[in-house]
Design a protein around this ligand. Structure first.
Ligand SMILES: Cc1cc2nc3c(=O)[nH]c(=O)nc-3n(C[C@H](O)[C@H](O)[C@H](O)COP(=O)(O)OP(=O)(O)OC[C@H]3O[C@@H](n4cnc5c(N)ncnc54)[C@H](O)[C@@H]3O)c2cc1C
Length: 456
């Protein structure tokens, strides 16, 4: 028997790692509930637990969820299954790579082997290169090369009957490092009636049904309406993508069957997802460091002033309705419309003069669809520091953005009940003035950098 190490691929459909584990007959399956999950928000952890619960049900109870480090959980499960080979989907983010390196080393020390097949992407990071083998730095040529490269058709659905349950891993005995977390999952399942669970469906079958319904329905409005937070025309696929309940290839197969501008636009958004993963793969430091610094380190707001500004932003009390509505939507639901993410991110960096990493950290704690590459690189895009990013001088005006993308004020009214009453704060700053401050700091940083260069 071989073992499937379930990671960000929590599905039975279109799952090459699971299929490979089943290729010679029955397979066992394990998911490691690692200490790193304690840094997730409670909401995201509960969602993961529901997804695991549902996958466990779909696999006839065969998925073992083990508490412990990934090496401990996987080695323990491999021993129990007597599996000499463990199959997994390959990760490309810095944390995913170090986790799989540790699992590989632990398995090898135990006389076993880790093999990869598939990844969370249609085209794995590092695969799309220029003819000289170097990476693409600009999105549009990358996306053309990505389409030319193409991807496989979705793989067939795995057979749940071929999955065999592992015996429980006791908290005592030789396998003490990994123990079952079934109680946590039951607790999460019992809580499944909350409205959030209803909105973000956690069953794989529902995710696939939602995709079909979207492609046949609201997708038609996507090309024109996708920037409107007041109209619900986007796919809501980022949450199932983040947990691997669906593979992008499955989405691309569905959009590929549709001849419309909207389908091409959605594919292009998925190409951004792959581009960002590619950038992070080539530049792991981009998870914390600006790829292109835009301000001198000393130009950012610091100390108490910075903390107060950040607090107003985080709580949605800046007095700029679109910013506040977005931050309140995030706090209440764990999601935020893409246009509004761009506006709140720009406000943090260019109006409040806070470094993008501070906002990205808050998003990491709050977002249900959190994806390291997408979050860090989108923040860098808005901040003007990323690959093929928006130029720093293109600063979103939060009032003009609200007039353009929420013209009837339905979105802001929905999230700010006290809007238009004396209870709502006045704008905390003068956007025009802060814009000038940001631009001056940027000019100074550029001058400094070119000065440094010319001295060399
Ligand atoms: C500051 C900031 C932080 C972000 N953090 C995340 C994050 O942690 N996780 C995440 O999945 N997305 C992130 N995004 C991208 C985007 O906002 C979400 O993917 C999108 O809002 C999800 O809604 P949807 O699935 O309805 O999107 P749709 O518009 O229906 O798009 C379909 C899919 O395309 C991909 N996509 C769309 N826009 C982008 C984009 N700008 N970059 C990369 N992929 C994209 C997503 O996988 C999305 O599910 C961030 C954007 C910004 C500006």
């Amino acid at each position: 028997m071989e073992l499937w190490w379930a990671r960000r691929d929590l599905r039975l459909h279109d799952n090459p790692a699971l299929l490979a584990a089943q290729a010679d007959g029955s397979a066992a399956a394990v998911f490691a509930w690692t200490p790193a999950l304690h840094f997730w928000s409670g909401r995201r952890r509960a969602h993961l637990a529901r997804v695991l619960w549902s996958l466990c049900e779909d696999s006839g109870g065969a998925l073992a969820v083990r508490k412990g480090s990934a090496p401990d959980a996987v080695v323990t499960a491999a021993r129990q299954a007597d599996a000499s080979v463990v199959w997994a989907s390959q990760e490309y983010s810095p944390a995913g790579v170090s986790e799989q390196d540790a699992v590989r080393a632990a398995l090898e020390a135990d006389g076993r082997e880790l093999r990869f097949v598939g990844s969370p992407y249609a085209v794995a990071p590092g695969r799309v290169t220029k003819s000289d083998g170097s990476e693409y730095k600009v999105f549009t040529p990358y996306s053309h090369a990505w389409r030319d490269h193409g991807w496989r058709a979705p793989a067939q659905c795995a057979d749940p009957d071929l999955l065999r349950p592992l015996p429980p891993a006791g908290p005592t005995g030789s396998d003490a490092a990994a123990s079952d977390v079934s109680l946590d999952l039951q607790a999460a399942h019992g809580d499944a009636e909350d409205p959030l669970a209803m909105r973000h469906e956690f069953r794989e079958s529902q995710v696939l049904e939602d995709l079909r319904a979207y492609v046949d329905g609201d997708l038609a409005r996507y090309a024109v309406e996708r920037d409107r937070p007041d109209l619900d025309s986007t796919s809501h696929l980022s949450v199932p993508l983040a947990f691997g309940q669906i593979h992008p290839r499955t989405i691309l197969a569905a959009t590929g069957a549709v001849r419309s501008d909207a389908a091409r636009v959605l594919e292009s958004e998925l190409a951004w997802r792959e581009f960002h993963a590619d950038v992070l793969w080539h530049h792991p430091r981009a998870q914390r460091e600006s790829l292109t610094p835009v301000m001198a380190d000393g130009a950012w707001l610091t100390g108490r002033e910075a903390d107060e500004a950040f607090r107003a932003w985080r709580l949605g009390e800046t007095g700029f309705p679109l910013v506040d509505a977005g931050m309140r939507q995030l706090a209440a639901t764990g999601t935020m419309h893409n246009r509004v993410r761009m506006v709140v991110a720009s406000f943090l960096v260019k109006d409040l003069h806070l470094p993008w990493q501070r906002g990205a950290d808050h998003f990491r704690r709050a977002l249900l669809d959190y994806d390291h590459a997408q979050n860090q690189l989108n923040w860098q895009w808005v901040a003007g520091t990323g690959r093929d990013a928006a130029p720093f001088f293109r600063i979103f005006n939060p009032t003009a953005q609200a007039e353009r993308f929420d013209p009837e004020r339905r979105y802001v009214q929905r999230w700010i009940p006290e809007l238009d009453t004396p209870g709502y704060p006045l704008p905390m700053l003068d956007h025009k003035a802060e814009r000038e401050v940001a631009l001056a700091a940027h000019r100074a940083a550029r001058g400094e950098r070119s000065g440094t260069r010319s001295q060399k």
